[in-house]
Design a protein around this ligand. Sequence first.
Ligand code: BDR
Ligand code: CA
Length: 314
Amino acid sequence: MPGLPLIIDCDPGVDDAVALLLALAVPERLDVLAITTVAGNVGGDLTARNACLLREMAGRAGIPVFAGQDRPLVRDPVVADHFHGVTGLGDLPVQPPARGPEPEPAVDHLVRVLRARPAGEITLAVTGPMTNLAEALRRAPDIAPRIRQVVAMGGARREGGNITASAEFNIHADPDAADIVARSGVELVLLGLDVTHQVTATPARRARLSGLESPQAVAVRQLLDFSARTEAEIGMGGPPPMHDPCVILWLLAPGLFRLRSCHLAIETRSPLTLGHTAVEFRTSDRHPQNALWGIEADADGAFDLICDLLERYP
Ligand code: BDR
Ligand code: CA
């Protein structure tokens, strides 16, 4: 059976980089048609460059990269380079990629490919602010029912927030975009801090990677070591959460996660709680279901899968 047709929309970013290396390890299961990039953790020129480097690192140089929106829909950019390093890739060595992004902008590409391919075929994995998808939906609302599913990392309910006390970075960085996506009618799976804070790269779990010697596994180790240091120095102090990899893990093994259907609304006005995800499990006519919300993850199972995926690299 061919792999799931997938577009990965991301802002690499240390954990986006891990997510990409995991996704690109299994072409027979995930048919990555394209990588689209957006400004987020670092500026848009850097996230596009990093995606080009990562596809080369994964030995998948043929996957096209499309650079996307270089700022949020209506607000000033918010970056997280204190968590991802000035290059966005922690302390991985960075050089110019052999080939850059395609000339077509990411939003144009999303609209074109979603209209061209059969309805319900393409899944979107979104691991950055939702600016590209929201802009595509704004320009071409007809694409919404053509998307099979959007699986995104974003938001928090039980866990409060990470960039502010009440908001998670991806949603806070472009709340207006997340609001458009939440209201669009697309089938949305949201894996936020409530689950990603359960899937942490503890020292024992990181040690499981130490036997793997492929360049890709070595790069993942280096990325996780970097995150472990930044979490200890400026984060919550615990082991680094595997935020964006959860999206890829869910696509490959949804049984690792428990989800609940909910009504999701995004705070777009209050300066104090901007980007807060209001998640209501008591759905009703006034608050209809518009998302599946991650509530629980099997962290050891997730790490087993991470190891399996990295073992695929020769
Ligand atoms: C999310 O924010 C970014 O910094 C990470 O790459 C991840 O997508 C976690 O809140
Ligand atoms: Ca990200």
